[in-house]
Design a protein around this ligand. Structure first.
Ligand SMILES: [Fe+2]
Length: 393
């Protein structure tokens, strides 16, 4: 990340941390009916939490603290857990405010009951979901089987198995132990092809060289391919592109490879392409996403698959004639209550979509997690996709 972007990120993150912490304190103060001393202690707790939430990224991102050292681990797990809990409490109590102010039905007596009784129950419930979400996040990813029908798939590629990893976010909290398990699960699927659709890392190559090493064990006959996500651009994208090459991973940046298999008469071919992230041009103009270039190929191919981190790339994928786009990015909201919001706001948040007659989109909900170690209701995912031709008659 450039110096100017670092400063912008620091100011933004510090402002948001203190603002959300202070607003959460204000919302709780109205609801919990604590004594003045209790309120002062609560304010001190939230301001100290905001300070930690600023200090953690500062040490990790700007001073490049080595990932995995014990003091850094304690700091990062504490600050990201607080971030998740405060973010959840903030949304839940903001929702209560909106509901109550929209309703005229509560008389002042009932309002006192609602204020304290419901407030404490909601706080306890939200805390419990954060604890449950912590265990879901740290218990690793589940393998999700997804059959996809592509009517233009050549016979020779019938049953092609693609394992998709996305948004692993190896970084302050996700290390080689987690990644080792992911690699074992991916290999157990016996994939023909492995794809990684961006947001693989949070941190520099120097910080994460050891943590990322398990990816070197990935093996698949048709190869291992990667497209960049937005987080690669915060982490030194050029260093990462070079480093992934040393691990046997091919980066597809507005480019493609033809996969070939002998057919009944002739060789049969499909195109596997990848674009740079939808937002890449903001950080690296040479990486402006270009699905047309990604699709261009002198050979005849029967069908085309695109790796694109952000589901927003689907518009370009449709125009460029892709049959299937594989994406991530959304994390499906990652945990309650954000999972509800993301489902409401985003057209494509998780799962398989038929976008039009030709093009389908699959959105992986993230193989790791980002920020808060919380996956309540949205467990991390390794996708095992099996391609089939349409069965007719
Ligand atoms: Fe991500």
């Amino acid at each position: 990340m450039s110096h100017a972007n670092l400063i912008r990120f620091a100011l933004f993150f510090t402002t948001i941390s203190f603002l959300v912490s202070w607003l959460t304190y204000r919302l709780l103060r109205r609801r919990l009916g604590l004594t003045p001393v209790g309120n002062r202690r609560m304010l001190a707790f939230f301001m100290a939490s905001a300070g930690l939430m600023t200090l953690g990224p500062f040490l990790y991102r700007w001073l490049e603290a080595p990932a995995g050292s014990l003091p850094d681990l304690v700091l990062q797990w504490t600050q990201f857990s607080l971030l998740g809990w405060i973010g959840s409490v903030f949304i839940v109590f903001l929702f209560v405010e909106v509901i109550q102010s929209a309703s005229k039905r509560f008389d002042p007596q009932k309002r006192i009951f609602l204020t304290e009784g419901v407030g404490r129950t909601l706080l306890a419930g939200t805390t419990l979901t954060s604890v449950a979400g912590f265990f879901e996040a740290t218990s690793g990813a589940e393998v999700v089987q997804v059959p996809v029908t592509l009517e233009r798939l050549p016979q020779a590629f019938e049953g092609l198995k693609i394992v998709q990893l996305s948004d692993v976010h190896v970084g302050p909290l996700i290390h080689k132990g987690y990644l080792d398990r992911v690699v074992d699960q991916a290999l157990a699927e016996k994939p023909d092809l492995i794809v990684i659709t961006g947001d693989l890392v949070d941190g520099s190559v120097n910080q994460l060289r050891d943590q990322i090493a398990p990816l070197g064990r990935l093996k698949a006959p048709e190869g291992i391919y990667f497209c960049t996500g937005n987080h690669e651009y915060y982490s030194g994208v050029h260093d990462w592109v070079a480093h992934l090459g040393t691990l046997g991973i091919t980066v597809l940046g507005n480019s493609n490879r033809v996969l070939r298999r002998p057919g009944k008469n002739d060789e049969e071919r499909i195109l596997l392409a990848g674009v740079y992230d939808h937002q890449a041009a903001r950080f690296e103009p040479a990486h402006a996403t270009d699905p047309v270039q990604a699709a261009s190929c002198a050979e005849d191919v029967a069908c085309k698959i695109l790796l694109a981190h952000n589901p927003f790339s689907i518009e370009g994928a449709c125009k460029s004639g892709f049959d299937l786009q594989l994406s991530g990015h959304t994390h499906a909201g990652q945990f309650y209550p954000y999972s509800f919001i993301v489902k409401l706001v985003l057209k494509y948040s998780e799962g398989l979509y038929r976008v039009n007659e030709k093009t389908q989109l699959y959105v992986n909900r993230g193989t790791g997690f980002w920020g808060p170690p919380n996956r309540f209701g949205k467990r991390s995912e390794i996708t095992s996709i099996t391609l089939n031709r349409r069965i007719t008659g």
